[in-house]
Design a protein around this ligand. Structure first.
Ligand code: NAP
Ligand code: ZN
Ligand code: ZN
Length: 347
């Protein structure tokens, strides 16, 4: 077994504290990654606090993992020692269902083994995530990193990056189309970067008026403060596509009215509470409301390669392990520009 140091939550109501645990010895197709950095996603906070229900403790969160390969199993073909590698939101899947066969493992109809808050395919070994010093993962669920950017800026691409890239590709965002990004946080700021890189006219819809300059600096063409303006009238029938990244309960109906005929709003954020949906905003303009979950391994690699080519990384604040709990408090009140990344050499 491999001894690992990390940070864990022991319950929904206690802070994360240092936690030592063991990972499996390498199987023939496993690689060992010494973790350099792990991003803090709002999904970590939702799960640590059991806001979605069903959380498993102790929980070592973290699914925006980057580091260096230090050991490979006997049959590993795609990685060698000293390669940079990434791990995202899942570390295994059934590999046989329709979604897995379609390279969309995130929608696995069998057992999607998420990187933490889950159990391995043996049904009993808990999975522990990236707030830790090292991780052992099957090479088929690891990503190659070729970007020259710092690993810290790349880490958030493993979740926030692919979660926003995937729907832009799936709904075929075209040059010149109007993209709305609701919520300028970890996901939102990546959505702006991708939308701009793909040639769209990007509008940020934010409940934080003080983010206007940031939105413009990220390349957004327009900024709308949703708590000040009657924005649904101002932007009536405006957007081709909206990515909604908001982590808290809010009124979807108002945003739906800003979509053009046949346009789509994609829900990415997962507020703990459900919301009321009115029929008229949908039926009057044949609008669509959809959802999207992260991305498959193939598409995550495509996104990382796209980011390497376009020099796209995340805007980050690197913190030592001992500041994780403060970072959670700050993330919840929106005091982060735009992703906390844990320095995993500090465990
Ligand atoms: P984040 O950095 O905290 O950003 C969330 C943003 O939502 C905030 O920056 C804020 O933007 C907005 N917001 C927060 N509270 C709000 C409120 N009360 N009313 C209106 N807007 C509010 O979080 P994140 O890491 O980007 O994650 C966002 C959500 O996506 C989370 O629920 C997370 O679990 C989910 N997620 C989903 C997937 C997926 O596969 N679908 C993947 C990763 C994360 P403004 O200040 O600009 O309004
Ligand atoms: Zn995430
Ligand atoms: Zn499957």
């Amino acid at each position: 077994m491999i001894s690992v140091k990390g940070y864990a939550a022991q319950s929904a109501t206690t802070v994360l504290t240092p936690f030592s645990f063991q990972r499996r010895e390498l199987g023939p197709r496993d690689i060992l990654i010494e973790i350099d950095y792990c991003g803090i996603c709002h999904s970590d906070i939702h799960q640590v606090r059991n806001e979605w229900g069903g959380s498993i403790y102790p929980m070592v969160p973290g699914h925006e993992i980057v580091g260096v390969v230090t050991k490979v199993g006997s049959e590993v073909a795609q990685f060698k020692v000293t390669d940079k590698a990434g791990v995202g939101c899942f570390v295994d899947s059934c590999r046989t269902c329709f979604s897995c066969q379609q390279n969309e493992e995130q929608y696995c109809e069998g057992h999607l083994v998420t990187s933490y808050n889950n159990v391995e395919k043996d049904g009993k070994t808990p999975t522990y995530g990236g707030y830790s010093s090292s991780i052992v993962v099957d090479e088929n669920y690891c990503l190659k990193i070729s970007s020259k950017m710092s690993l810290a800026e790349i880490a958030p691409l493993l979740c926030a990056g692919v979660t926003t890239y995937s729907p832009l590709r799936h709904w075929k965002l075209e040059k010149g189309q109007r993209l709305g990004v609701v919520g300028l946080g970890g996901l939102g700021h990546m959505a702006v970067k991708f939308g701009v890189a793909m040639g769209a006219e990007v509008t940020v819809l934010s409940h934080s008026p003080n983010k206007e300059n940031d939105a413009k600096n990220l390349g957004a063409h327009h900024f709308v403060a949703t708590n000040k303006t009657d924005f649904s009238k101002l932007l009536s029938n405006h957007f081709d596509l909206i990515l909604n990244t908001v982590s808290a309960s809010h009124d979807l109906n108002t945003y739906l009215q800003t979509i053009k005929k046949d346009g789509t709003m994609v829900i990415l954020g997962v507020p703990p509470e459900s919301t009321q949906l009115a029929a008229f905003p949908l039926i009057l303009k044949r609008r669509r409301l959809a959802g999207s979950l992260i991305g498959g391994i193939k598409e995550t690699q495509e996104m990382l390669d796209y980011c390497a080519e376009k020099n796209i990384g995340s805007d980050i604040e690197v913190i030592p392990a001992k500041e994780i709990n403060t970072a959670y408090e700050r993330a919840v009140i929106g005091d982060v520009r735009y992703r906390f990344v844990v320095d995993c050499k500090t465990f």
